[in-house]
Design a protein around this ligand. Sequence first.
Ligand code: FE2
Ligand code: FE2
Length: 415
Amino acid sequence: MGETSASFCKLIPESGESISLSEIISALSFAIELTDGAVHGHALRTCVLGMRIAVEAGFTSEQKASLYYALLLKDVGNEEVLGLRCDRGASIVSKLGMGSLAADAVNNLEEHWDGSGTPHGLCGGEIPKLARVAAVAQHLDMFSIGRNSRVAIETLEEWSGRLFDPELVDAAVALHRRGVLWEGCRGEDDPQATRAAVLALDPNKKHRLDEDQIDRICEAFAEIVDAKSHFTFRHSIGVAELARGIAEYLHLPPHRVRLVWRAALLHDLGKLSISNKILDKKTQLTDREWNIVRQHPGLTRQILEQIAPFREIAVVAGEHHEKLDGSGYPNRLSACDLAIESRIIAVADVYGALSEDRPYRPGLSFAEILPILNDLSGRKLDESCIGALLSYLSDHTPIDVSAEVGARRITRFCA
Ligand SMILES: [Fe+2]
Ligand SMILES: [Fe+2]
């Protein structure tokens, strides 16, 4: 279990450590690969292979910079991989700040050198160069899984001139013969070694993100999580808005409000690992299915902990199902372990979940949620956070909170 949110010293400096886009994206690519049918570590290995081939083939600095993100993010816009229910891939990719060259590469990944591919049947040099190298790299990784690298290279050569650009195949073969193609990116290599190779190859590593850019990336990943099931199509964003409102009404300083915003956006990242058969199930979950569901906060934490400046965000996000009386999961923490930031997100998450439709019931009205909050207040959920939530809802929604509260003897209603 390790440290809890309450163990963080709140004297941590306000400004976060500087961070590059690749540090965040390479960690979050693990989250994408938690989804059904995805191959673990594939995006990172493809990135290393593709960048090495691009260097060998003499790509320009601009091409390499765009290619890098195209390789890491190629599956974000892929509806099959993520099972996105709506056409949100393009919006997510643009929020991640990927330039047009990179987007072009992702959109043309399935084109074939001989014109037999999709979606446009482009042929040879008509296919964007970045898409051609991305196709070679992703297939090389797939060909190598469960086999050795020599077989992968031979398979690549077999398809040269049909699926793949022969010049790029030659570049890959030359690297393979010199023994410098596969280091750190074989299927059996430690994912952390592959991630280190990815970070070392980043052509943009000197470019550090500003705080607003980090927020945009968290928002994009919240969209990816929300798009997984139509029952949660706005859950992470909605919970984050409520959590930010509660944090502001509790007068947390701006940098703590920002931490709450990011942790709430990312709190259900681990849900990408849960099959839609479970998430969308209309009947009661079996014990085995419940066990799977209960693992998601821990996975959220594991993924976010890989981003060093997100260490506290990881812990707070991983505590969103913990309860003050020790009845929550995954670690049955209790009040003394749970900092205000975690308590805020727990309240926002319960309110968000109750107000949304679920496969087994329609969303509840405010009047129906109120007695439930009343029952949980002080026992499982923090009373002051519930008070702040009611104040926030009163000021920002058409809900007549004071009339309902007066009629129902709810918890202390103050910020
Ligand atoms: Fe959750
Ligand atoms: Fe949630």
